[in-house]
Unconditional design. Structure first.
Length: 326
């Protein structure tokens, strides 16, 4: 477990205003501009949920305009940033920047462009620093067949990886979710193992792309929000798996299920039961593997709950050491 994750979450909850038009800029002390001070066209502001990010994290951005907005697009390092309109606000857009678990640390340009209802152009630009994530390394002993798969198993795992990639490549242009995101298991407030580098039977494996949530076999697994089921099948590594498309490039994945209670094409309401906790696939004990992909970036799903979750201010914690590893 790492306390660094918790610190990162707390930092992320601190909104940093990037003050964009010159008149206001003069009213703020220099430190409020920080080093990533963005610049916007007059009358437009860009705010980020944290002054910088780290590998595997999510940033919430907010664009506000003095005039009603018609359309707005976001781009971060050449990748689009899903933006949506909250409630009935004509002048605001929100968006998520997903920083992949293995994105090279550095500075990346965030650019927002768009048009007001009256035809005026708006744009904002900011530089977002990505720090190296500090992930633990763990050593595991697992069944030999998982470390040295047969040629057939390698083919199968490769095909499944490609299938998931194809799913995540597709961006549903509508926002299918509506409201807050939740942790998929009742009563669970934290998860573990996100980003851990693994050494399986002495061989380095790929980083752990989700969080492991504690749960006994048979515990109902709830959809984190409303969405459409795009995968519901047994995978070599993740076992019985369900993937839900929430729209705008946001997908959640639920792995190692003992039972799948949804099928491809199902429209799930927020919180609908899509399966039961289990220990299928490459696993050492029952738990839920919960993954999140935002515009193809693998990010910590607990941050989605923190950023778009309950408004009681209770952020998801990430420091449980009790979760079993897979
Ligand atoms: Zn896992």
């Amino acid at each position: 477990m790492s306390s660094q994750d918790g610190t990162a979450v707390r930092k992320r909850r601190m909104w940093l205003a990037l003050v964009c038009f010159a008149v206001s800029a003069a009213l703020f002390p220099a430190r409020a501009m920080a080093k990533e001070a963005g610049t916007c066209t007059p009358g437009t502001t860009l705010r980020l949920s944290a002054p910088e990010s780290s590998q595997g994290s999510l940033l919430l951005i907010e664009v506000k305009s003095a005039k009603p907005l018609a359309e707005v697009q976001g781009k971060w390092d050449g990748r689009s940033v899903p933006l949506w309109r909250d409630v009935a606000s004509q002048t605001q857009r929100k968006g998520l920047v997903g920083v992949d678990l293995e994105k090279a640390p550095g500075e990346y340009e965030l650019k927002v462009t768009g048009q007001t209802a009256s035809g005026g152009k708006i744009s904002c630009m900011a530089r977002v620093t990505v720090r190296k994530g500090r992930f633990a390394t763990e050593k595991l002993q697992v069944g030999k067949q998982f470390v040295e798969p047969s040629p057939e198993q390698i083919t199968r795992a490769d095909e499944e990886r490609q299938k998931l990639r194809d799913i995540f490549d597709h961006v549903t242009p509508e926002r299918l979710w509506d409201g807050k995101f939740r942790i998929p298991l009742d009563g669970v407030t934290s998860g573990s193992n996100f980003g851990r580098r693994r050494i399986l039977n002495g061989n380095p494996g790929s980083p752990h792309g989700g969080v492991d949530l504690p749960g006994a076999t048979g515990t109902p697994v709830h959809a984190a929000q409303r969405g459409r089921v795009v995968l519901a099948e047994e995978l070599f590594f993740a076992g019985n798996t369900v993937v839900v498309d929430h729209g705008l490039g946001i997908y959640t994945l639920y792995g190692h299920l003992s039972e799948i209670d949804a099928k491809v094409g199902d429209a799930l309401e927020a919180g609908a039961v899509l399966g039961k906790v289990g220990a299928t696939g490459r696993v050492t004990g029952p738990h839920l593997h919960w993954g999140l992909t935002v515009e193809k970036a693998r990010v910590n799903p607990l941050q989605l709950v923190t950023l778009l979750g309950n408004s009681s201010g209770k952020a998801a914690r990430q420091k449980s050491s009790k979760t079993r590893k897979n």
